[in-house]
Design a protein around this ligand. Sequence first.
Ligand code: 5GP
Length: 334
Amino acid sequence: VEFLRALPKAELHAHLNGCIPVPTLRKLAAEHSDAASLPENVHAGIDQLQKGVVLEEIHDFFGLFPAIYALTSNPEALAEAARAVLALFLESDPEAPNGQSQAAYLELRTTPRESAHMTRRRYLETVLDEVERYPGERAALIVSLDRRMDAKVAEEVVDVAVALRNEGRRVVGVDLCGDPLAGDMKEFEGHFSKAKQAGLGVTLHIAETTENTHEDTLRLLSFKPDRLGHATFLDVDARDVVFSNKACVEICLSSNLLCKTVSSLDEHHLKHYLECNHPVAICTDDTLPFRNSLVGEYALLLAQKPLGLGLSEQEVVRVAGMSMTSRFALPTAQ
Ligand code: 5GP
């Protein structure tokens, strides 16, 4: 564990609202200005998250977010949540004797939501204010587009991301996330090319379920993403494109096992990428429902089979190095 803690590694795939620590959620629920407006199930939802959720399939997972969103819908609460998530990854881990943090570098991602209390731009500025408390070599922001967004909202989100980047704020990329089967991806192509032209990195959740079609996957690959989230069910054609583009694959082992998109570590697609020397980044995805940590994800690489993948320390050093080299570029001023 000492070896894993000391290893310089980048967390490149962590969703803000999926990584809020339970004590922070409880505090936000207790402080909520209008308890009557909280959905009835919020407290039960937090209890459940603390005990550990059992997900029968990946779609159950998306049902967890409305309760969390009820608690992060004003700038003060959102700032507190962002601070807690940044600290989780970047401040010294209380369990680490030498005070190391989980990650040397964090690209935190989040989907800007409009509410009665803030615009989408204010949402992003609020999170950026927290991200930028850390130096550029430690933290940056990825702006997520949800597949369920209508075309106008998606356009607004990309325009705000680009504007903030041009103002020198630390936005480094855009992401596509949300229900893997929602939305018409034809409509999203222009948004991602606009982001690329502005110098932002592009990462796309892709081929997460067996129900994602060949057309959906190839369409997303035609956007020329720099990185891919999960990429669990790539067929041969898609894999050829990924190998020739060298797009880094963000691998979330516990997330895949708990959402039951991969049945065992032995069958995980990570093995294939490692054999082919393809760039990967080991990530946590959502530490709140999955109750995982970045060090824990790396421990799965090192642990002997069948508990882990049985990689050598040397191989794990190489994997961690790939996460550091797959970071998106910071704005030039930083
Ligand atoms: P947020 O963007 O609100 O900070 O983080 C939560 C959101 O991230 C969820 O509503 C969901 O859209 C997205 N998300 C979190 N984990 C996953 C995942 O494993 N797959 C996909 N497709 N989306 C995810």
